[in-house]
Write a protein that binds this ligand. Structure first.
Ligand code: 5GP
Length: 219
């Protein structure tokens, strides 16, 4: 669960892998932020969730989600293959453990797009390795506009997502960071800064004793 940074000719600092959780009501811009972060950062990989919901046009199985039926979801749950799971809008969602563990042991940081229920479970399982961010829309009207413009869902679904958004946002206190997505470029740079700072936390840099020892010996 670590990656390594080499300085000059000598010391290396090992770093623990980080689990960066992004939550937001649908339509607040989380998907765009995730995509941009992944494009800009080779050390970051996305956790791909399983879901029982139907695939939307444009979504790719195995990329956006792993689409499964209820029986397969129950099987994964019973076999303890999920790090966390939740029911959202009548569908089940969950995070397969294996991919996360493989990524962390390969020295990558992992990005999660999960709701508040999943965030609580991931934090319970691995508190010290988690940094959580909630992305809020600048206003309710803007959120509604974004959901309607996306037009992948019926008016009824949009209305349900609006009421679910209020529920999701009520959990803001449970997150480490709050970012309001007014301008997407600003939001991406704010989330990038959080990621950079979290990587530098002392308790994540597990090779510091040796590194500072070398420094003190004049190496
Ligand atoms: P959507 O159906 O719009 O892709 O996602 C609906 C909600 O489910 C979003 O808030 C998203 O963050 C959440 N979600 C997606 N995957 C997971 C997961 O694996 N676990 C949990 N707890 N929530 C998820």
């Amino acid at each position: 669960m670590s990656s390594e940074k080499q300085f000059g000719r000598g010391a290396r600092i090992l770093r623990r892998g980080l689990m960066l959780v992004l939550s937001s009501p649908s339509g607040a811009g989380k998907t765009t932020v995730s995509r941009r972060l992944l494009q800009n950062d080779d050390n970051l990989t996305m956790s791909i969730s399983v879901t029982t919901r139907r695939r939307r046009p444009g979504e790719v199985d195995g990329v956006d989600y792993i689409f499964v039926d209820n029986a397969e979801f129950s099987r994964m749950l019973n076999q303890k293959e999920l790090l966390e799971h939740a029911k959202v809008f009548d569908n089940y969602y969950g995070t397969p453990i294996r991919r996360v563990e493989e990524a962390l042991s390969a020295g990558l940081d992992v990005l999660f797009d999960i709701d508040w229920q999943g965030t609580q479970q991931v934090a319970q399982a691995a508190r010290g390795d988690v940094a959580s961010i909630v992305i809020l829309p600048p206003s309710t009207r803007e959120l509604e506009r974004r959901l309607t413009r996306r037009a992948q869902d019926s008016a009824e679904v949009v209305a349900r997502r609006m009421s679910k958004a209020a529920d999701e946002m009520s959990h803001w206190r449970e997150y480490d960071y709050i970012v309001v997505n007014d301008e997407i470029d600003d939001t991406v740079s704010q989330v990038t800064s959080i990621l950079a700072a979290e990587r530098l936390r002392r308790d994540r840099q597990i090779g510091l004793v040796d590194f500072v020892g070398h420094l003190r010996q004049g190496h």
